[in-house]
Design a protein around this ligand. Structure first.
Ligand code: MLT
Length: 263
């Protein structure tokens, strides 16, 4: 697996294809492999780059707190390390979407289009943030299974649990392999993430917002509302998918990506 030095850490990065770079930021507490349908399905037209974010997969973890701003800066530094100067398509899912907002706000010149999958613009409530900090302590004390048990029942559409149980099991294995340090640091970072709602009308880059029909974490109506507040955004709902739409329904998601990116 190619490890790339980025600032104080090494990131594991998967790359396939040639063309405009399409940088994919995964959700919590997952790794690059949630994008396998996009890496395989879009590399005929784009240079698909799927890193494990700081603390996840095979990338190095740093203890304490890892903010969404830090992860966005890691990815800008990754583009430097790969000698990519042209603007990229940045696509993030859920936590990767929180990173995408920060990338758009901090590294606008590096961005040609933005794709947000199953994510939110608001910050955590005080109660939700306190819950994350508690979960971080529990993960450090008891291991990554704490995160797997908490999340797996919420990630997928009913049809996915019934008809694609292998996806659920593979996702469990990914979470169980994730370092507790990395999970805890990202939980603390998500708890501190800024509310970007009032900045949405200034994110004028062409944007596609995608949401699974059955996403209960970042529901379709909420994402439709985010798209409505952005000057140049469109919204697509993916049928028979939950919070992990690109993994559950890769063909429908790839169609939406292609339509948007080649318009
Ligand atoms: C994710 O899928 O990245 C998480 O659900 C994000 C979150 O916990 O807010």
């Amino acid at each position: 697996m190619p490890m790339i030095h980025v600032g104080d850490i090494r990131l594991n990065v998967i790359e396939k294809g040639r063309g405009t770079p399409l940088l994919l930021a995964h959700g919590y507490p997952l790794d690059y492999s949630m994008w396998r349908g996009q890496v395989d399905g879009l590399a005929d037209t784009w240079r698909v780059i799927a890193p494990d974010l700081r603390g996840f997969g095979a990338s190095d973890a740093t203890p304490g707190t890892v903010t969404m701003q830090q992860m966005a800066d890691d990815l800008a530094a990754l583009l430097d390390a790969l000698a990519i100067q042209e603007p990229v398509v940045f696509c993030g899912l859920s936590m990767g979407g929180y990173v995408a907002w920060q990338f758009a706000l901090r590294h606008r010149a590096r961005l040609t289009q933005l794709i947000l999958c199953d994510t939110r613009a608001i910050a955590d409530s005080a109660e939700a943030a306190a819950g994350r900090v508690k979960t971080a302590e529990k993960v450090l004390a008891e291991g990554s299974a704490v995160a797997a048990d908490a999340l797996l029942p919420k990630l997928f559409a009913p049809a996915t649990y019934q008809q694609q149980p292998q996806i659920v099991e593979v996702t469990r294995q990914v979470i169980l392999r994730t370092k507790p340090d990395g999970i805890a640091a990202a939980l603390r970072g998500m708890a501190q993430r800024p509310d970007v709602t009032i900045q949405l009308n200034g994110i004028e880059v062409p944007a596609l917002l995608i949401c699974g029909q059955h996403d209960g974490i970042s529901p379709p109506d909420e994402m439709r509302g985010i798209a409505a507040q952005m000057p140049n955004a469109r919204f697509v709902e993916i049928a028979a998918a939950g919070h992990m739409a690109p993994l559950e329904q890769p063909d429908a998601v790839n169609r939406a990506f292609r339509e948007f990116l080649t318009q």
